[in-house]
Design a protein around this ligand. Structure first.
Ligand SMILES: C[S@@+](CC[C@H](N)C(=O)[O-])C[C@H]1O[C@@H](n2cnc3c(N)ncnc32)[C@H](O)[C@@H]1O
Length: 293
């Protein structure tokens, strides 16, 4: 079961009023969406998007009690504007992005998101996406591999890991997450292997997931479309889970003239939330309001 992160804080910032409409760009299991729907009755609507059809199925169950107030669409938030238009979803009083992956995707999807499990090297949110982690690991050249490990993983041993991946291919294809973890383990120094957080494979896995799903490009595109879609006075909120995502949101809010920042510093979870939900540990929430002209 996925526990929504920073739920109280998201609700406070999005400030849902009776009959207001919201877009949840990452509806997942519907935790945040449910909280918004509770506050926006009796007529407020919610458009929920997710790129993962399995997540949408879960949202469908959670949000069934809200009947026609909910519309769920399988899609990429980088196409938010087109989806909202096709659904005649307007006016929009707020938009939420709760980034990263859900506990279910990490623990049950069998798509290789976790370095702690032995699963195929897939890492796609959307199973229709032609790119997979396996294609990157088995076919990209050393320079490309090193590039994503540096840029998307901020991995200090990017070169060594990229070289080790190339050498290992001389034997046989890397099929599973465990194969990849073994190669990383052999490439990094002993002291790095012994640090518990982050785990020595964590940055490589983050880099692959971002590359497979085009996460940073999608986020930037999603944010600019959200800015066009949201009504004046409406708010956009972003929960991020690593510094690269947070940087995209922070810069976008800072550099967009039509938005005014509502969170001078990002909001982070209280100790108690982190204790009961370790996934919240690295969460940061930022929000901005579309200015009235
Ligand atoms: C952290 S979970 C959201 C959890 C949700 N807020 C809840 O309370 O249950 C993030 C979700 O974003 C989805 N996702 C990732 N990239 C996406 C994209 N580009 N477009 C739409 N959904 C995306 C994932 O499939 C995942 O279900």
């Amino acid at each position: 079961m996925h526990l929504p992160v920073l739920q109280k804080e998201v609700v406070e910032l999005l400030n849902p009023q009776k009959n207001a409409n919201f877009i949840d760009c990452t509806v997942g299991e519907g935790g945040h969406a449910k909280a918004l729907l509770e506050m926006t009755g009796p007529q407020g609507k919610l458009l929920g998007l997710d790129w993962d059809p399995a997540a949408l199925k879960k949202a469908e169950i959670t949000l069934r009690p809200y009947g026609k107030r909910v519309r769920l669409v399988h899609g990429n938030y980088a196409e938010l504007e087109e989806i909202a238009k096709a659904e005649y979803f307007s006016p929009v009083h707020g938009v939420l992005f709760d980034l990263g992956l859900s506990s279910n995707q990490l623990e049950e999807s069998e798509r290789g998101f976790s370095f702690k499990r032995t699963e195929p090297l897939d890492m796609r949110f959307n199973p229709e996406n032609p790119m997979t982690a396996s294609k990157i690991v088995n076919y990209w050249n050393r320079r490309e591999l090193e590039g994503i490990l540096k840029e998307y993983g901020e991995e200090r041993f990017a070169r060594r890991i990229a070289e080790a991946i190339l050498i290992s291919r001389g034997g046989k294809r890397l099929e599973t997450t465990a194969d990849l973890v073994r190669v990383i383990e052999g490439a990094v120094p002993g002291w790095y292997r012994r640090i518990r957080t982050p785990h020595f494979a964590q940055r490589t896995f983050q880099a692959l997931r971002i590359a497979v799903n085009g996460e940073l490009d999608n986020l930037l595109e999603g944010l600019s479309q959200a800015t066009r879609v949201v009504s004046p006075g409406g708010r956009i909120a972003v929960i991020s889970f690593h510094s690269l995502e947070d940087r995209v949101a922070k810069r976008f809010f800072r550099d967009t003239d039509s938005l005014s920042i509502q969170t001078k510093k990002p909001i982070t979870p209280k100790e108690q939330e982190v204790r009961s939900n370790p996934r919240a540990r690295s969460a940061k929430l930022r929000a901005a309001e579309k200015q009235t002209i």
